[in-house]
Write a protein that binds this ligand. Structure first.
Ligand code: SAM
Length: 452
């Protein structure tokens, strides 16, 4: 029997979905962080559950040729970049393999999975950073959560957010300290500053900063704003968000613009967008352009189609596809995103559209008789609502392009579509989140001829 605190020499035979090495001791699986498939090491058992356990690396005996020394000093503590110990090609291969295996095991789908489309420079790509604030030994700290905890690591540098974002966070920490504005203490529910949300535009220079506080007021807000915008001219929007709840949800319901406008501008594949502080926007702008191009290629549009952009956010996919279609219908649950989408359409001279705020599973019922040709669907991590998919099947929409940020829920949804007349033709993984184990995919589906 495997027991806690025992030492073993092991060989890693697989990887978990979040990049841990898997070894087996008498057939019993043990997961170890910072270990790669093919490596041999001495490990210490730190936890044993009924059907698996966790170990800690004690000494590496044989290193994988695909190992890369993580460039970040926070790697061993931070939960963010859990693949940084793999070289980039291995990260891309890992994501392709995970996609194929998850679709096969969870979805019973055996389809063509293309190579993962990677980045030329897989660093500093995130256009949005959420940085929690806290206190340590009486000093304010700001940074990233330690893996699987709510303990904050005081961030010196981060290799996946733009350098200017790290600078702004450090600058704001100094401003709060100088003005005696304390950080939120999650344990006892006191303090003021919970986190900063910094968003950068890729094609423009715009930056927005949202300051989330526990208190309804942001003390000395005029001084804070003055200091921030005079130091960083690119900051065009500062928003104060009030979040009094004991929750993991980042923003509370109430927000107030305290400087500039409530949006930044950006451009994707020639279409301009206004993005307000609450609206969803893809976090990797370079990969987003490639992702949307692939989605449009999979839709095979001829300018004659009625298309739906479901879970459309600010309308990015639909509006980039609109010039190749006859009519665009879009739906998102966030009202502000829909008003952004509508404005974005008008600003781009697009008129063949209808955006509706509401639940995709409800709104699609209004479009049942529209003879929809193509469905673009890009749900949140939990995947599509079953009622939504049921209506899609009833509508016999001939082409579906499914964009997903969670291969497990993708597998579940594809399984349902496959069982109801759709053929899963191919899947392309995109590396939207380099250094991390998150996978984005685009899937091409067609309704089988006999179902039409
Ligand atoms: C992964 S984002 C995709 C957004 C957009 N397609 C894009 O690429 O920027 C998922 C979107 O689903 C929306 N959403 C979540 N639940 C929803 C529901 N039940 N009905 C409609 N939209 C929903 C969220 O507001 C979010 O904008």
């Amino acid at each position: 029997m495997i027991e806690k605190n025992e030492y073993y020499s092991v060989e890693f035979v697989d990887m978990t979905h979040d990049g841990m090495g898997v070894c087996k001791i008498d057939g019993f699986p043990i997961f170890v962080a910072n270990a790669l498939k093919g490596e041999k090491a001495e490990i210490k058992i730190v936890k044993v559950n009924a059907s698996f356990g966790f170990g800690r690396l004690v000494e590496m005996i044989h290193k994988s040729p695909f190992r890369k020394e993580p460039i970040c000093d926070h790697f061993s503590e931070c939960g963010g970049c859990n693949l940084m110990h793999m070289n980039y090609q291995m990260q891309l291969d890992f994501k392709k393999h995970r996609t194929k295996e998850t679709l096969r095991k969870l979805g019973k789908i055996d389809t063509k999975v293309n190579e993962t489309l990677g980045m030329l420079n897989p660093y500093y790509y995130r256009n949005k950073a959420v940085i929690p604030f806290g206190e340590e030994n009486g000093k304010m700290i700001s940074g990233l959560y330690k893996s699987r905890t709510h303990d904050i690591i005081d961030m010196k540098k981060c290799y996946i957010i733009p350098k200017i974002t790290t600078d702004i966070v450090k600058f704001m920490k100094n401003v709060f300290e100088e003005l005696n504005i304390p950080a939120y203490n999650e344990t006892i529910g006191t303090g003021v500053v919970r986190c900063l949300v910094v968003r950068n535009s890729y094609k423009f220079d715009d930056i927005s900063v949202t300051i989330v506080t526990l208190t309804p007021k942001l003390p000395k807000k005029d001084i804070i704003v003055k200091k921030l915008v005079s130091r960083y001219k690119k900051v065009v929007s500062v928003v104060h968000n009030f979040n009094p709840d004991n929750t993991n949800i980042i923003m509370g319901k109430k927000s107030k613009v305290i400087y500039g406008e409530d949006f930044i501008r950006d451009e994707i594949n020639g279409v301009f967008f206004k993005i307000s502080h609450r609206s969803f926007y893809q976090v990797n702008p370079i990969q987003t352009e490639a992702l949307y191009s692939k989605a449009i290629e999979y839709a095979d549009l001829t300018t004659d189609e009625v298309i739906i952009d479901a879970y459309c956010g600010i309308g990015t996919i639909g509006l980039t596809a609109a010039k190749y279609a006859k009519t665009l219908l879009g739906v998102d649950i966030v009202k502000q995103a829909i008003s952004d989408a509508t404005e974005n359409a008008k600003n781009n001279g697009i008129s063949n559209f209808k955006f509706v705020a509401g639940k995709a599973e409800d709104v699609i019922l209004q479009w049942k008789n529209y003879n929809v040709d193509v469905l673009f669907v890009d749900p949140p991590r939990k995947g599509c609502d079953k009622k939504f998919l049921k209506t899609v099947i009833e509508m016999k929409i001939p082409k579906i392009v499914y964009i997903s940020c969670n291969v497990s829920t993708l597998a579940r949804d594809l399984n349902y579509l496959q069982a109801n007349g759709y053929q899963v033709l191919e899947v392309t993984p995109f590396d939207m989140f380099p250094q991390t184990s998150h996978i984005e995919t685009v899937t091409k589906l067609r309704l089988k001829k006999q179902e039409l």
